[in-house]
Design a protein around this ligand. Sequence first.
Ligand SMILES: Nc1nc2c(ncn2[C@@H]2O[C@H](COP(=O)(O)OP(=O)(O)O)[C@@H](O)[C@H]2O)c(=O)[nH]1
Ligand SMILES: [Mg+2]
Length: 365
Amino acid sequence: MRIGKFMLVGLNGLLINEVLLFVFTDVFGIYFLVSSVIAVELALLTNFVINEKWTFRDREKKESVWKRLGKYNVICVGGMLLNVALLYAFTVLFSLYYLISNLLAIGIVFYWNYFINLKFTWVYEESVKTFRVGMNPLVSIIIPTYNEKENIEMLVPGIFQALEKSGVRGEVVIVDDNSPDGTGEIAEKLKKDYRVKVIRRPGKMGLSTAVLDGIRNAEGEIIGVMDADMSHPPAIIPDVLRPLLSDEADISVGSRYVSGGKISGWHARRKIISRGAGLLARPLTKVKDPMSGFFFFKKEAIEGRKLNPTGYKIGLEILVKCEAKVAEVPYTFVDRKHGKSKLNLAEEIRYLKHLFRLYWYKINR
Ligand SMILES: Nc1nc2c(ncn2[C@@H]2O[C@H](COP(=O)(O)OP(=O)(O)O)[C@@H](O)[C@H]2O)c(=O)[nH]1
Ligand SMILES: [Mg+2]
């Protein structure tokens, strides 16, 4: 963990500082404040080298080493001044016991040093590759289902109609979690007329794991994910596919929140939850509708990525973890006519856990 390494380096710096201060003052007889400046500078230099070679070893380094050293110095010395200011503020203004103030101040300054250096000294450069698709790619559309019997019967023909229209070869992979309403059996019947695979899992195991199981069983070069409930109109598929087929993007998201996108049939409460959830994910991605369950991507773009199947928003996981070019295509989300939404409080809490993990991932990247 990068932040843990940074902390160890910091502790090492403290130790070096203490020893050098003693040596310069007591062994060489230098005035202790002058010794202190020399000791601080040497400790900073040592820490810089260890951070450069260890903590941030994996970062691409475009600037000269001197520039990074300069920034590191300024940020850390700034941190020390901040430390004194906080110590004063907590102790004198907030009347905290000075040793407690000191711990608080050191804690805050540690985060300051870490994040400011992360942002300015060892900068992360997004290296966006473009993946190419072949001439006549197969598109695999994954549909996770739980109690969607009326919907799946309508959706699958709609999907093949849309694919045919755009001259694209496709397969549908239905991942059913032993739905009590018999969705699994209906899905099996669709195999007769359409290129459909059915993966039947023994019980309700969650939306994201269903999508990942579907991807594992998909043969296509391009993967799509859609709700079974007709909220994502199949007629829009050609529009969402277009940026991928023309190699303009590696991930294409059906978006309710770009100009031209809409939501039809949701109550104000659901709209607010959706907006709020999206807002919380804002710092993680520039995409306007990162919570979309309607997205297509080139399979290559996720290869080698460790995707964590927490909760509902596998799309967000892919957007954050795969540095790929993203297109957003507006569409009108239509609330389901049949069956019930499986989004509940437990899923909303799981979403917060998921967000926390993604923030942690970003911090340590
Ligand atoms: N296989 C599987 N599918 C699920 C599970 N939870 C939800 N789904 C499906 O995932 C899609 C999205 O769920 P939905 O209830 O429409 O959520 P909403 O659109 O956020 O209201 C639907 O096709 C559901 O049937 C699950 O645990 N397992
Ligand atoms: Mg839905």
